[in-house]
Design a protein around this ligand. Structure first.
Ligand SMILES: [Zn+2]
Length: 244
């Protein structure tokens, strides 16, 4: 057997490497069923090896996306010299953001990681993940795109017949350098029980990318797991009175 090579940077990583399994696509499920039936072993098509440098991000992404999307995100982040997942803020002691709120980007990453759990809590049995991103320019007469306002939106959906969890983010920019505001909305809809549907909306003040409890609006009653997330990150206090 060849020594494993990192699927992001192709480094041979015999010691610190780790094999990571991503969310299975239908073809991966079929592969595993066939392997079990016919008793063969081998590296499943939904799994990849990562070196020590890329293992952490791979493990974070793996429960959220399939291997195709996961590898493409990890590779493009590696090309840009970024971490695919910025853990610094989320991994602060106690997982709590500073008193004056947290970065919307960090909150959105917390939510993305929690989506499969929130979906299972809402009644999903067989999770399907979709991702959609779009950039929209609002050109001003005669001005090039880099000085025109534009928005970057991204939406992730985790769903099956039992429930849908949709996360939507929008970053509005005055131009390529200045952020006007950021918005993150997560909607959880258990299909068996519309009354249990809840929405958590967060919108930063103009000119900032940080949010605090005063920027969070709840519709419906957040599930226990969602309340934990909001409380852990200082985005909801029991005395806010917006949820019972
Ligand atoms: Zn690597």
């Amino acid at each position: 057997m060849r020594p494993p090579r990192c699927d992001v940077c192709d480094t041979e990583a015999p010691t610190a490497a780790g094999l990571v399994q991503f969310l299975p696509r239908p073809s991966d499920v079929a592969w595993r069923e066939r392997a079990a039936e016919q008793g063969f072993v081998g590296q499943a098509p939904d799994s990849a090896w990562f070196c020590a440098a890329h293992l952490g991000d791979a493990r974070t992404l793996a429960p959220l996306v399939d291997i195709e999307l996961g590898l493409s995100q990890l590779r493009s982040a590696a090309l840009q010299g970024d971490a695919a997942v910025d853990d610094h803020e989320v991994a602060a002691p106690g997982g709590r953001a500073s008193e004056d709120g947290m970065e919307m980007g960090a909150w959105v990453r917390v939510l993305r990681r929690a989506m499969p759990d929130l979906a299972v809590e809402a009644g999903c049995a067989d999770i399907v993940v979709e991702n959609h991103a779009q950039e929209t320019y609002y050109p001003m007469d005669g001005s090039p795109p880099e000085v025109s306002p534009f928005t970057w939106t991204e939406a992730w959906t985790v769903s099956d017949d039992g429930a849908t969890v949709c996360l939507y983010t929008e970053t509005a920019r005055w131009n390529t350098d200045e952020i006007a505001r950021v918005e993150g909305v997560i909607m959880v809809t258990p299909s068996a029980d519309e009354a249990r549907r809840y929405v958590v909306k967060a919108m930063s003040p103009v000119g900032s990318t940080r949010i605090g409890p005063e920027h969070v609006v709840l519709e419906g009653e957040p599930s226990p797991a969602m309340r934990d997330l909001l409380e852990t990150h200082g985005l909801w206090q029991r005395d806010q009175g917006e949820a019972p």
